[in-house]
Design a protein around this ligand. Structure first.
Ligand code: VGL
Ligand code: ZN
Length: 225
């Protein structure tokens, strides 16, 4: 007869095997919540129209995921993407920032400021990690994986790999900037990527940017739901 310990060990082994098989055929599916911060919500410094409407949708969606990760736009006050840091320049104008074309933004998501906080109604109870980006004043960082010159890595890819994640659902703000560039990098890195349209809204500097962003992500291989 088996002792209690033997039975327990056998059961654990069986469970472990099952997980291994699943990991071999297809890895885990993670939810990535991008920049769901107050400065991107109505009333914020870089407000996205209806940005707050994604919050209940994301809260409900979290119930389907065990692996939930967030990104946070996190700029120093002297960030080069802020129009206020360039004499005579206004938000929406373009400059060259350390060799890259950069559209200028209002001051937003300054490290430690209230606007850099997540929406208070967003359920954060099961988030595993928050990856911050945009700390380098000389280069913007729309993607949650790399800054805009594709040099500095936030560590998100290594972290997802360490968890065995191969598939991502991406939601958050804004559809035409940080969501789009995170999704495009994720596809290049080999993830399967899904974007539920109800989980994102666009800045829409130009009319139609939301639709164009969704089309670009789809063309690159993402599933738009
Ligand atoms: C974002 C513009 C500037 C975003 C961040 O989260 O989409 N957009 N910084
Ligand atoms: Zn930013």
């Amino acid at each position: 007869m088996f002792s209690q310990e033997d039975v327990g060990a056998k059961k654990r082994n069986r469970q472990r095997k099952k997980i291994d098989v699943k990991m071999d055929s297809k890895g885990k599916h993670a939810l990535v919540i991008i920049d769901a911060q107050l400065d991107f919500m109505p009333g914020g410094a870089l407000a996205v129209q209806e940005g707050d409407q994604i919050v209940p949708f994301i809260n409900a969606l979290q119930a389907d995921f065990q692996t939930i990760i967030a990104t946070q736009d996190w700029h120093p006050e002297n960030h080069g993407s802020f129009a206020a840091n360039h004499d005579g320049k206004s938000p929406g104008e373009w400059i060259e920032l350390e060799g890259l074309q950069q559209v200028l933004w209002p001051v937003h998501c300054v490290q430690g400021s209230p606007g850099a906080d997540f929406h208070p109604e967003l359920d954060r109870s099961r988030w595993m990690r928050i990856f911050q980006k945009g700390q380098n004043p000389g280069v913007d960082s729309y993607s949650g994986f790399f800054d805009n010159n594709q040099v500095v890595d936030t560590g998100l890819h290594a972290y997802l790999q360490s968890l065995g994640v191969t598939e991502l659902t991406c939601v958050g703000l804004a559809a035409d900037y940080c969501v789009k560039f995170t999704v495009l990098d994720a596809l290049r890195l080999g993830y399967q990527v899904h974007v539920p349209a109800a989980g994102t809204r666009a800045v829409n500097l130009q009319e139609g940017d939301f639709e164009r962003a969704l089309a670009e992500m789809q063309q690159a291989g993402a599933t738009i739901q």
